[in-house]
Design a protein around this ligand. Structure first.
Ligand code: OAD
Length: 247
């Protein structure tokens, strides 16, 4: 795909790049997006039945088992060309921050290092009572197992509807949005706050804002460039245009 020369030059010159990703970047890895009415997770399961603290208190076994199922599905997913292109950009620019709303762990699997997982990570486990992080599931036949430290039930370390983001995560993401020269907004409908305000924060901070989305979000209204294509196509093209011949 054709990348505007001015955009490629700005990325090549950038000292600091910040990226916000959403479910769209994992679509090409076979992970359904949230608002995809046909195949999305939320079409088959009502989110308030599964992804809230209230749902967990009502039926911890069902919620735990549903997340086990999602872990298995996501565990088989592999990063795609879009994830790899972002890991590649990180190796080329002096300062790089990747803020993701995804819980699938595919950015880390692709080699991204300076990663802020705003909505947690489905592979990790913590306890419901005190948030103790759990490295290995205890030998406990109960479903869900209980925390070896405080006895409360274990749950996935993801952010449920109505919960706070991980401590300090939004602060670090905001700082990275303010400090960058180039901000990429990839595969998010940019509807869920506070993550959705990061592109505008970057724009106010003077960054060049680029949206990558086949079906552009409200971010397109103020973005400097909109690449209306799948992330797996647009991001490798962007890297090739900015660093031709991998130079
Ligand atoms: P959405 O499902 O709202 O949006 C996915 C976006 O990806 C849409 O704008 C699509 O057009 C776009 N898209 C689809 N395929 C794409 C592709 N191949 N390449 C690039 N873009 C593509 O997902 P999110 O914006 O991630 O929060 O949703 C944000 C948050 O809402 C989620 O993290 C979740 C949900 O409530 C929590 O669970 C707390």
């Amino acid at each position: 795909m054709l990348i505007p020369g001015e955009l490629a030059a700005s990325l090549r010159r950038a000292q600091a790049v910040t990226v916000l990703t959403g479910a769209g970047i994992s679509a090409e890895s076979g992970v359904p997006t949230f608002r995809d009415a046909q195949t999305g997770l939320w079409a088959r399961y009502r989110p308030e039945e599964l992804a809230t603290p209230e749902a967990f208190l009502r039926d911890p076994k069902m919620v735990w088992e549903w997340y086990l199922h999602r872990r298995e599905t996501l565990g088989r997913a592999e990063p795609n060309a879009g994830h790899f292109a972002l890991a590649d950009i990180e190796r080329r620019v002096p300062s790089f921050t990747l803020v993701t709303q995804n819980v699938d762990g595919l950015h880390a699997k692709a080699g991204s290092r300076n990663l802020i997982e705003l909505h947690g990570n489905i592979v990790r486990t913590k306890c419901f009572g005190a948030g103790h992080p759990i490295d290995r599931l205890p030998d406990d036949a109960r479903v869900p197992p209980h925390c070896p430290l405080c006895g409360s039930r274990l749950r996935p370390d993801v952010v449920w509807f109505g919960e706070m983001l991980p401590e300090g995560a939004m602060e670090r993401a905001t700082e990275a949005a303010i400090a960058c020269d180039v901000f990429l907004c990839v595969g998010t409908s940019a509807l869920v706050y506070p993550a959705a305000e990061l592109p505008a924060i970057a724009k106010h901070g003077g960054a060049l804002v680029i949206e990558v989305n086949p079906d552009p979000s409200p971010v397109a209204d103020f973005a400097d460039f909109t690449l209306a294509a799948a992330a797996g196509i647009a991001l490798p093209a962007l890297v090739n245009a900015a660093w031709p011949g991998n130079g």
